[in-house]
Design a protein around this ligand. Structure first.
Ligand SMILES: Cc1cc2nc3c(=O)[nH]c(=O)nc-3n(C[C@H](O)[C@H](O)[C@H](O)COP(=O)(O)OP(=O)(O)OC[C@H]3O[C@@H](n4cnc5c(N)ncnc54)[C@H](O)[C@@H]3O)c2cc1C
Ligand code: SF4
Length: 642
């Protein structure tokens, strides 16, 4: 292997498209093994320095709407979808503007971020494992798609991902409360993030209580369970056979980067960088082997007539505000698409690749979220710590899955922040300037009365988030249409999205459960779903109104399976139609269960890296020197460079 060629031209062992979570992990693994890796990143890259991080914080503090993308400057060359792109209509339905072209009955209300570091820059950082049942819902419960591999196949890679991301959690509790299998004596790298006071209030009233999701349905017992997190806490000395674990510091300031101190702004940015981002993985790249080119929007994957990927075409731009680009190409033995589920599918469609099964772009999924909110009878201390530190996990598994989507319940530490925009919306309402003001306009309270009213109301806010499993459905899809292009001329994603009755039945059950939770808490249930500008995800089902939100968990667009006829990638995330083209990320997942998906995605990326290393080793094996017609290798192929 020779040193890396200059500036994005020439030949590499591997091209990775996207410097987000999965791309950063693949580049790290392959660079460490000595392969020359070119990472092409569509976004700009300023957050790897401490001044860049401070600039993003300032942008966030100055933003009027504190939404996931608000710390990160817009980029006209590599636009991203934003939750602000959607508006609900007064009588139901929605209007969409922005990057996505939406044409489904319901909006795909999920965003991502095209910047160096990717969407994980603004993720929450919850990293539960999937349940073994989630990998085989068709066999076990007759719906969805089964994985071509199971929990046991992925288990060692889960552990590797927990090391790579720096996970804090309690494995014994995960095993006992959820039934997750771990090897004997396994502990996470760091001790669990302490539970919040809100969690303790929930546990005191809910632990051991039984609720019914419908009259006559079997009872389900509740228990508050801590959630594993990719954020720094106290290292566990028992980790790695007693070797312990050293948490990763801040990008650009590696000796800084504190333990989670409860700033409560993890989405969209952690001021002290306690939360994992891929910039931490990138700081550990072997820079002799891994070359990163930002401002490089990959526009096409190039392939030969036999289906082998040759490399990519990309557009290099200078100024994200005025996108003028130069088109270049780069070549490699292996191409890895790690650009996010939606962008991977878009690139495959634009390149007209991997199309044999007609599944590219189909089976688009998320974890549609139903929110419930109430007012407790006494202060519970919200707006401290990460958005959620514990959940209720009893509805994730079991025979009820035959009828309705299962769900995981996150206990929110951030009051009514998600459902109503609190605390800003409360301040506006009490000042008499809010949009949905119960306080007559111009009749607000000020000074000491305002402070007292805020303390009285905000301190009692409780809410729960129901993450519904959404099964793979071919009708939910990403396509491209040459009539809809971005400023560099690349086709934008055209999205068709809806929720199945199975998901809607799950939401109906979740609504009943949230009412029961508030009853047990002694809280007044304030949940209300009505159409309107802030409710683009409003719909009616069986005579009742519901509003769902997106979770940001895009998946399923280059689905994994056991055959070329029915899936896009194999169990290694390698395209069936192209032996040296990989599509990694949540797009490969045939089902997403109810757990936040990125840990599973990271485990898959690490597993694929092993396979790519094997492919490259095989391809680079020196040719045997011998007389013409030398004996073929044991598997029937001639040895030598492929
Ligand atoms: C608000 C929010 C909260 C979330 N919280 C959690 C959570 O708590 N737990 C969890 O498990 N998951 C969470 N997620 C989901 C998680 O962020 C995603 O699963 C994850 O980021 C996907 O990783 P990825 O590497 O596939 O894509 P990304 O992280 O999106 O990275 C893709 C990269 O590719 C680049 N790229 C895109 N197109 C191109 C192109 N054409 N050329 C070159 N580069 C390109 C992008 O700029 C980006 O850097 C959250 C998501 C959101 C939106
Ligand atoms: S709670 Fe605060 S310190 Fe902890 S991860 Fe979130 S933003 Fe960072």
């Amino acid at each position: 292997m020779s040193p890396a060629p200059r500036h994005g031209r020439g030949r590499y062992d591997v091209i990775v498209v996207g410097a987000g979570l999965s791309g950063s992990l693949v580049a790290k693994e392959l660079g460490d093994k000595g392969w020359r890796v070119l990472v092409l990143e569509a976004g700009t890259g300023t957050l790897d320095t401490w001044p860049g991080h401070l600039d993003a914080l300032d942008t966030f503090y100055g933003a009027l709407a504190k939404v996931p993308n608000s710390p990160y400057r817009p980029n006209a060359a590599a636009p991203s979808p934003d939750v602000l792109d959607l508006t609900g209509l007064p009588s139901g339905g929605y209007r969409a503007h922005g990057y996505f072209v939406q044409q489904g009955p319901l909006p795909y209300a999920t965003d991502y971020l095209r910047a160096r570091g990717g969407t994980v820059l603004h993720w929450l950082g919850l990293t539960p494992r999937m349940h073994p049942e989630d990998f085989r819902t068709r066999r076990a419960y007759g719906y969805g798609r089964d994985w071509p591999l199971g929990y046991d196949d992925l288990e060692p890679h889960y552990r590797a991902a927990e090391r790579a991301l720096g996970v804090a959690g309690n494995a014994a509790e995960q095993a006992a409360a959820i039934g997750l299998p771990f090897p004997d004596g396994y502990v996470y790298p760091m001790h669990e993030i302490p539970r919040s006071y809100v969690d303790d209030v929930f546990a005191a009233r809910l632990d051991g209580a039984t609720v019914r999701e419908a009259p006559g349905a079997p009872g389900t017992t509740l228990r508050v369970v801590g959630t594993p997190h990719a954020r720094n806490s106290t290292p566990d000395r028992r980790y790695d056979g007693g070797l312990g674990y050293r948490p990763a510091g801040a990008a650009g300031l590696p000796n800084y980067g504190e333990r989670c101190v409860g700033n409560a702004s993890c989405v969209p940015i952690c001021p002290v960088q306690a939360k994992y981002t891929p910039l931490k993985t990138q700081a550990a790249w072997d820079r002799r082997r891994v070359r990163l080119l930002t401002h490089a929007v990959v526009s096409r994957v190039l392939a030969d007539g036999n289906g082998r990927a040759l490399g990519v075409e990309y557009q290099e731009y200078e100024d994200p505000a005025t996108p003028v680009a130069t088109t270049r190409t780069a070549e490699a033995d292996v191409v890895v698409l790690a650009a996010h589920a939606v962008e991977n599918a878009r690139l495959l469609l634009v390149s007209r690749l991997a199309g044999h099964s007609d599944q590219v772009g189909r089976n688009l999924m998320d974890h549609p979220v139903l929110l419930g909110w109430g007012l407790a009878g006494h202060p519970v201390g919200p707006f401290r710590g990460p958005a959620s530190t514990a959940g209720l996990e009893s509805f994730r598994t079991g025979p009820a899955r035959r009828e309705r989507a299962p769900f995981r319940i996150e206990i929110s530490n951030w009051g009514w922040g998600w459902p109503t925009g609190s605390p800003g919306s409360d301040v506006a309402r009490l000042l008499g300037i809010g949009a949905d003001s119960a306080q007559p306009r111009g009749k607000g309270v000020f000074g000491a009365r305002l402070r007292a009213a805020l303390g009285e109301e905000i301190g009692r806010q409780v809410s729960v988030q129901f993450l519904m499993e959404q099964e793979a459905e071919e009708r939910n899809r990403v396509t491209v249409d040459p009539r809809h292009r971005d400023r560099l001329g690349n086709p934008r994603p055209v999205i068709t999205y809806d929720l199945s009755d199975r998901v809607k039945r799950g939401m109906a059950a979740a609504r009943t459960v949230s009412g029961e939770i508030f009853r047990l808490l002694g809280a007044e249930d304030r949940t209300a779903y009505a159409p309107g500008p802030l409710s683009p995800g409003h719909f009616r089902f069986e005579g009742r109104g519901f509003t769902f939100n997106g979770a940001g968990h895009g998946g399923g667009t280059h689905i994994m399976g056991t055959s070329r006829g029915t899936s896009v990638v194999d169990a290694w995330q390698r395209c069936w139609d192209h032996p040296n083209l990989y599509a990694v990320g949540c797009g490969s997942m045939p089902s997403m269960g109810t757990s936040n998906p990125s840990l599973t995605m990271a485990a898959l990326a690490l597993r694929s890296s092993e396979r790519i290393h094997r492919d490259l080793t095989e391809a680079h094996r020196p040719a045997a020197v011998g007389p013409p017609g030398a004996a073929p290798a044991a598997d029937g192929r001639k040895e030598g460079r492929a």
